[in-house]
Design a protein around this ligand. Structure first.
Ligand code: GTP
Ligand code: MG
Ligand code: ZN
Length: 360
């Protein structure tokens, strides 16, 4: 494999990763990027060729959480075999950013969505999917991960211009610094604005509910319909995702895009900075609360509640903030509890094994 630095630079590799990498590994392995994750294998790319990859046993045996496994967007150290038709991943390089969410349902664990993302496109359709509370939820996750968020409002062809403007203003009233771009995959309006902000060497991620048009947008950015979108009737497609796995695609303009399957549930996990960055006005207000540890739910002298009462802060926004604060605390506690139990169970097994050995 021809691991020239130019090729991996084109895929987004920069000095940040070089400095973060274990120096010895630089001599032993080649550098590649994970462009797709399959059930038990990966596809990695050196910027020239895509190669099937498996994990070295060490990674599997020492992994203690989903974070220890490679995800789409990761840079890895690998060895190539059989004329570059097969490879083994030995090490995951440190990450610039990491997008994770709670696994859907009651189970308390989390999943990696993607890593080393620079900009996240949160896609909502301007018609039925548009929802400020859901938007805040995505923003908490993205802000927590140190990724720049941009909001893309799809299907503008289905609304009158006044209604589009109204929705954009609704977002910007609460979040004036957030970039919002309405667009249509159908009549292509706004597509140039989306293309216009995309930069070579940066990695973008498409997030949002199923059916909002993420993959259609990707196909439009590529310029041809390479990836499958939902074309079956609404009824038949209910609950089914057109996109089933995550992959990283390189565009002609030099930018990279990770398409993801729509998420029905977006549980957040220990997202303190994410919450603070998404609700900065609440942070400012809370400095004026009478109690230092005010939860802004029912305390006397709460400046946040006063702002809601006086109409400076919308009640829905406040409620969403409280809801997510409670939820993230609950998820984190349950997760720590689970880890503790797992550890105790591990210790128990070890001591039983030891006991068995000593009796032999
Ligand atoms: N009218 C209109 N329809 C659109 C637009 N964008 C996408 N669609 C349609 O919406 C449906 C879903 O589009 P997809 O691109 O598959 O949606 P997705 O977000 O990738 O969905 P998942 O992969 O399931 O998460 C398709 O039938 C598209 O043709 C748009 O801008 N306007
Ligand atoms: Mg899709
Ligand atoms: Zn308060």
């Amino acid at each position: 494999m021809n691991n020239t630095s130019k090729n991996i630079e084109n895929l987004g590799f920069d000095t940040w990763f070089l400095e973060a990498a274990v120096p010895e590994s630089l001599d032993l392995f080649e550098i590649a990027r994970v462009v797709a994750v399959h059930k038990d294998s990966y596809t990695i790319s050196d910027g020239e060729t895509d190669v099937l990859a498996e994990l070295v046993g060490k990674i599997i045996f020492s992994a203690t959480s989903p974070i220890d496994y490679p995800a789409v967007g990761d840079w890895v150290f690998a060895n190539f075999y059989d004329e570059n038709t097969f490879s083994i991943i030995h090490e995951v390089l440190p990450r610039k950013s990491l997008l994770k969410r709670k696994t859907p349902g009651k189970k308390i664990d989390f999943q990696l969505i993607a890593t080393n993302i620079d900009v996240a496109f949160i896609v909502q359709s301007l018609n039925e999917n548009f929802n400020l509370r859901r938007l805040e939820r995505y923003l908490v996750m993205i802000n927590e991960s140190n990724i720049q968020p941009v909001v893309l409002l799809s299907k503008s062809d289905l609304l009158y211009i006044e209604d589009i403007t109204y929705r954009v203003e609704e977002i910007q009233k609460d979040m004036p610094r957030l970039q919002v771009i309405p667009f249509s995959n159908e009549n292509e309006s706004g597509l140039d604005s989306v293309k216009g902000i995309m930069q070579a060497g940066l990695t973008y991620c498409l997030l949002g509910s199923s059916g909002v048009g993420k993959t259609t947008l990707l196909n439009n950015l590529i310029g041809e319909s390479v990836y499958k979108t939902k074309t079956v009737s609404r009824k038949a497609s209910k609950g089914r995702h057109a996109t089933t796995h995550r992959q990283l695609i390189k565009l002609d303009c030099g930018a990279m895009v990770v398409d993801t399957p729509g998420m029905r549930e977006l549980g957040n996990f220990s997202v303190e900075t994410g919450l603070d960055e998404t609700f900065p006005e609440i942070v400012v207000l809370s400095n004026k609360c009478h109690f230092n540890d005010c939860s802004h739910i029912k305390e006397k002298g709460c400046a946040v509640l006063l702002a809601v009462e006086q109409g400076q802060l919308s009640a829905e926004r406040h409620q969403n903030y409280i809801k997510m604060t409670k939820e993230t605390t609950y998820n984190e506690m349950s997760y720590l509890e689970k880890r503790k139990k797992d550890k105790q169970f591990g210790k128990l097994i070890k001591s039983v094994m030891k006991h068995k050995k000593s009796r032999r």
